[in-house]
Write a protein of this length. Structure first.
Length: 260
């Protein structure tokens, strides 16, 4: 059985106090944004932490915090069974897309795919500023859910950018504030395993990183709980505007990653 105390000590020996404090604040901030609008933990925390640690370390640090973050939010907007019945198509589509596309996308250029996804997300964010926004009618939810999930899974298998495409689909459903937060938490929860598996496949999840990721759950949960509390005092109109800004920020972040 591993010595937990020794593993924690190894984390603090590997990273300086300044680095740990910076990552703590980045995780609290990312968790807070996710608590308010339902998305943003990796998108906010990973770029901020990348200033002080390598990008793959920053990505590894959020692997475990996303689980409790989504578990906390999955209760919002109604029973879990309702979410499973409604959103299984996009979850299944993601799994199918990731599995089926791997042999064909192995030679793809991740930066090109990131740029394409960034363009899609940016165009969607900009159209949300129009009076008549894109929306998905109930009768199209199942086929579009499967198609969107498959496309997100295919792209995510190379770039790990499953999240932004999920946000587009879920936002286009025009869900009520809490229903959106709880539903996207469910979809994120059942698709996050692929990120951990991908990092493990390339031996990026060392014992030290796993321990650090466990510790990272604390600031992330603090941020999510605080943001969730604040969301109760935000109107649907303000929530929609914040979500639009968040989607645009996601697109800009992806452009930066693709062009860096």
């Amino acid at each position: 059985m591993p010595d937990i105390t020794a593993m924690v000590a190894d984390v603090f020996a590997t990273y300086s106090t300044n680095v740990i404090m910076w990552c703590f604040v980045a995780l609290v901030l990312g968790g807070f944004v996710k608590g308010v609008v339902g998305v943003g933990l990796p998108m906010i925390s990973v770029p901020l932490m990348s200033f002080v640690v390598p990008p793959y370390v920053a990505a590894a640090l959020v692997v475990l915090p996303v689980f409790p973050a989504n578990i906390i939010q999955i209760r919002a907007g109604g029973p879990l069974l309702t979410k499973i019945k409604r959103f299984w198509p996009i979850s299944a589509g993601i799994a199918i897309g990731t599995f089926a596309s791997a042999p064909f996308l192995i030679a793809a250029n991740p930066r090109v795919l990131q740029f394409i996804v960034a363009c899609i997300v940016a165009l969607y964010a900009l159209q949300r500023f129009r009076k008549h926004q894109l929306s998905i009618k109930p009768r199209y939810e199942m086929p579009l859910g499967l198609a969107s999930g498959a496309f997100a899974g295919a792209i995510g298998g190379i770039t790990m950018l499953v999240g932004p495409l999920i946000v587009i689909y879920m936002a286009a459903l025009r869900l009520e504030r809490d229903v959106f937060v709880g539903s996207i938490a469910f979809v994120y929860l059942v698709t996050t395993f692929s990120i951990g598996l991908a990092l493990a496949k390339y031996d990026q999840l060392t014992p030290t990183l796993i321990t650090a990721s466990i510790l990272a759950c604390v600031p992330a949960i603090i941020g999510v709980l605080t943001g969730s509390w604040c969301r109760k005092y935000i109107s649907q109109t303000v929530f929609d505007k914040l979500l639009t800004v968040m989607i645009l920020a996601i697109a800009l972040s992806m452009f930066a990653r693709a062009l860096s």
